[in-house]
Design a protein around this ligand. Structure first.
Ligand code: URA
Length: 165
């Protein structure tokens, strides 16, 4: 499951790995977490899913939804790097711990990565919570809203006032 979206996208969202629905459809973030991601893209950015590019660290679904193994990540990262180099987005949003840790080659906890100026291949990276985590614990939605505001600033997009996504 390679990824999909606009080839002129200014923002690229990077998740962990395809889940069951993504594996079946060949499309990223189309299950329940994907529906929340769509709402974040629309509600907090004023964009449509077709305006952005969505990919994952791992191109294949780890059995039983376990975390990707280091050798699996190593096999997939060169493809992601090429995707980033072709798109050259103005900002990358790392969704969740697995994306953040593998993109940034760090083990720093999520709480310390959020809100920091980070880069991947020279492109600004904003770390935020994975939408599947937000579905389990909606109390962090406000923080995701704040993170997406940073993305809007990086893209030079207007501030969107409003409720949590
Ligand atoms: N979770 C992810 O990290 N990626 C997907 O594509 C779907 C769910």
């Amino acid at each position: 499951m390679f990824g999909e979206g606009s080839t002129t996208a200014e923002v690229m969202f990077i998740g962990e790995a395809p889940g069951q629905t993504e594996d079946q459809t060949g499309r990223p973030f189309v299950g329940p977490a994907g529906q929340l991601l769509d709402r974040i893209i629309q509600g907090a950015m004023g964009l449509q899913r077709s305006d952005v590019y969505i990919a994952n660290i791992n191109k294949c679904r780890p059995p039983g939804n376990r975390d990707p193994e280091p050798d699996e990540v190593a096999a997939c990262l060169p493809f992601l790097l090429q995707q980033v180099r072709i798109l050259r987005p103005k900002a990358i949003v790392a969704l969740g711990r697995i994306a953040a840790h593998n993109l940034l080659a760090t083990q720093t906890p999520m709480r310390a990565l959020r809100g920091r100026d980070l880069q991947f291949d020279g492109i600004p990276v904003v770390v935020t919570w994975h939408p599947a985590f937000l579905l389990r614990d909606p109390s962090h939605k406000r923080e995701t809203w704040d993170d997406i505001k940073r993305v809007n600033r990086l893209l030079g997009r207007p501030e969107i006032p409003g409720p949590t996504p």
